[in-house]
Design a binder for this molecule. Structure first.
Ligand SMILES: NC(=O)c1ccc[n+]([C@@H]2O[C@H](COP(=O)([O-])OP(=O)(O)OC[C@H]3O[C@@H](n4cnc5c(N)ncnc54)[C@H](O)[C@@H]3O)[C@@H](O)[C@H]2O)c1
Length: 371
């Protein structure tokens, strides 16, 4: 535990800690015992996590702390963020005699975190839950901030609730089994924090990003802690995204449109779409004369060096024309009273929100990205 870092998301009576470091699953029982109500713990996870040794390590630690627990194992992948899986999960929990004092532990990537968190928000009008994220994306983003939800027929994350966890435990050791492509996708969200308001962190990533991606645990821990601190600060200032929290959507207006057009799955992972979107957001900012062109180049070059896609034409030639993109963007739930809202930047670390973007410049940029 001595190598673990701890920070707090400051939300008055809903405040909670995030613990980050190596070997934390071995100590999870003790950490959880401190925040759990008297009762049992239900671990919600997926079959990929079951195959790794991580689930057994977690359960052994719960046994050592004399915590009662059971597990529900779901299929992996975005398709599990569905009404059908939520229904099954709720059914199995209610059948096994869940109580208000039961705590749900989301043990997996963002899919498990979003689904299990939403399940906790609606089960018996709300039970406690904890996040034990296992993907880099979940450790730096989705496990923190209390956004939970599932996908609807009409789009992604359209059914959900704000429900803050009681604790977040991010063991960096679990990242060793994460497929490299998933690690890179999570890295895009790490870069995002540097681009929003931490230019020094972006410069640090330019120096240390390769080591992080190669598995350097100290670099990973530093990046996760910095990312969580950045997100925690924004969430504490604007928990329900009335204003500042929307900065976390840097690149996402484009990203959601790419994902909606191409479909959610292996062709384009969420983090990869965010990388493409951040490149476009900086390119758009540069063309509008808001941001130095050199900064847009730096962003593109760093993401490319991390092995992330930076050119939509290379992902799906001909699919992302302006007409389709604008159509998909206007269906995004981030659209405010019919106007598309963008996160643009005056430079690296200087992101801001605007709905004032020249349609002509935007169309030209999008059409170039169609190939
Ligand atoms: N709630 C939020 O604030 C928020 C923020 C960003 C993204 N999200 C959501 O997060 C989801 C994406 O999350 P994700 O990228 O973690 O995807 P994911 O949950 O699908 O995980 C990616 C893959 O890696 C596997 N995996 C996870 N950890 C592993 C490990 N340690 N070892 C081996 N395999 C492992 C999973 O089984 C899955 O196949 C999306 O649904 C997105 O909408 C939510």
């Amino acid at each position: 535990m001595s190598n673990a870092a701890r920070l707090t998301v400051e939300l008055a009576e809903r405040s909670y800690d995030i613990v980050v470091g190596p070997g934390l699953l071995e100590h999870a029982g003790g950490e959880l015992a401190a925040v759990l109500r008297r009762g049992d713990l239900v671990i919600v996870t997926d079959t990929n996590l079951e195959k790794t040794g991580h689930l057994r390590r977690l359960e052994a630690s719960l046994d050592a702390a004399s915590l009662r627990h059971r597990r529900v194992v779901l299929p992996p992948g975005e398709a599990s963020k569905s009404m059908a899986q939520l229904d099954k999960l709720l059914d199995s929990l209610l059948e096994s005699g869940v109580e208000r004092s039961t705590t749900i532990a989301a043990f997996g990537g963002g899919v498990i975190g979003d689904l299990a968190g939403f399940c906790a928000a609606v089960l018996l009008r709300g039970v406690d839950y904890v996040q034990i994220p296992t993907s880099l994306l979940a450790q730096v983003d989705s496990a923190v901030g209390g956004k939970t939800g599932i996908n609807a027929r009409h789009g992604k994350n359209l059914i959900g609730a704000f429900h803050q966890p009681k604790l977040v435990i991010s063991d960096t050791d679990v990242l060793r089994t994460l497929p490299p492509r998933e690690l890179r996708a999570g890295y895009a969200e790490v870069v995002k924090y540097g681009l929003i308001d931490r230019p020094d962190f972006f410069a640090w990533l330019e120096q240390n990003g390769q080591a992080l991606l190669a598995g350097d645990a100290a670099a990973q821990q530093h990046a996760i802690v910095t990312s969580c601190a950045a997100k925690a600060e924004i969430v504490a200032a604007d928990e329900r995204e009335t204003d500042r929290r929307a900065l976390l959507n840097l690149g996402h207006t484009f990203a959601h449109a790419y994902e909606a057009i191409i479909g959610y799955g292996d062709t384009l992972l969420h983090g990869e779409a965010v990388a493409l979107g951040m490149v476009q957001a900086f390119e758009l900012s540069a063309r509008l004369g808001l941001c130095p062109a050199a900064d847009a180049v730096r962003v593109r070059e760093h993401l490319a060096a991390a092995g992330l896609p930076t050119d939509p034409r290379a992902v799906a030639p001909g699919r992302f024309d302006a007409e389709r993109m604008l159509n998909a963007m206007s269906r995004d739930k981030k659209v405010a009273s019919g106007r598309r809202r963008f996160v643009l930047a005056y430079g690296i670390g200087k992101a801001f929100l605007t709905d004032d973007v020249s349609e002509a410049v935007l169309r030209r940029l999008l059409d170039e990205g169609a190939g």
